[in-house]
Design a protein around this ligand. Sequence first.
Ligand code: ASP
Length: 271
Amino acid sequence: MLSSVPVIVLHGGAGYWEGKNLDNVTSTLREASRRGFEEFRRGSSIEAVVEAISFMEDSGVFDAGKGSVRNSEGKVEMDAGIMDGKTLSAGSVVLVKAGNPIRKALQVMKRGKHVIVAESEGNSMPTLNSGNSGDTVGAVALDLEGRIVAGTSTGGIAGKDPGRIGDSPIPGAGFYATERVGVSSTGIGEVILKMLPAKEIDTLVSIGILLDDALNSVVNKVSHVFGKGNIGIIGVSKYGEVSAHFNTKGMPRCYQNKEKIQCLVFGGDFS
Ligand code: ASP
C-alpha cells in the first residue's frame, strides 16, 4: 500500500506465533511504533528507527535486548545492524553481551571507520525471560527529507553455538537501505545469509519492480529453494510504499503514518 510520509514500519519477528501472548506483543510493537514515529518531529529516520528498536530491546518481550534467548552455554550474544540509505553508511555489532545493540550499531555507523564490529569483552546480562519471548525485531523508516533507514536487532536463535552470527547484522541479508528502498528481514539466519533477500529487493526495485512485488517474489524464491517457515521481510520505498511478506505462520508488524497505525500478526495486507 501507499502511505503518506513520514512513515515507519516495524516487525517483531517471523515465526510460529500461535499460542503466544499476542496482546503483549502487539501492544509493545504499537508503543514502539508510536515512539519511533514521534522522533520524526525532532529528528530523521535514523532516530525513528533507533528509538523504536531500543524500546523493543528494553521491553523484554522480543528476542532482542533484554528478552534475548540464550545460546547453548546459557549466555546471551546479540547482533544488530543499521543502515542509512541516503549515505549508504552502515554499522553493525555482533556478539554483544549487554546494553542496547541497536545504539551500539548506530555508534559504529556514525564513526564510519568499520561496518561490523564484534564485542569481545563483557559479561552476559541477565535476561528477563528464557527463550519464551517474541522474536527478532526490525524497523524501517522514511522521513520528509526522503531518507530511508533500516535496522534489525536480535538475540539470535535459542541454543545456538557460542559465537554464532546470523543474518541480522549483515547488510544485504538482515537489513539494507538505499535511496530507493529500506528492508529488515527476520527468520532463520542460516537460510537468509545464503539468499541475501534485502539486497535483492533493492536490485528488483532498481529495475522498476514495485516494492510489494519485490518482497513477494523474494519470499517465494526462498520458499522454493529452502521450503517454508524461514523468512519474513518488511520494506518501505522512497515513494512511501509499505509492504510485508513472510512464509511463516505469522509476523507481528505495524506501520504508522500521521493518519493511522495498523498492526497485524497473521495473514492480511496493510491497508
Ligand atoms: N534472523 C535471526 C537470526 O538468525 C533470528 C530471527 O529473525 O528470529 O539470528
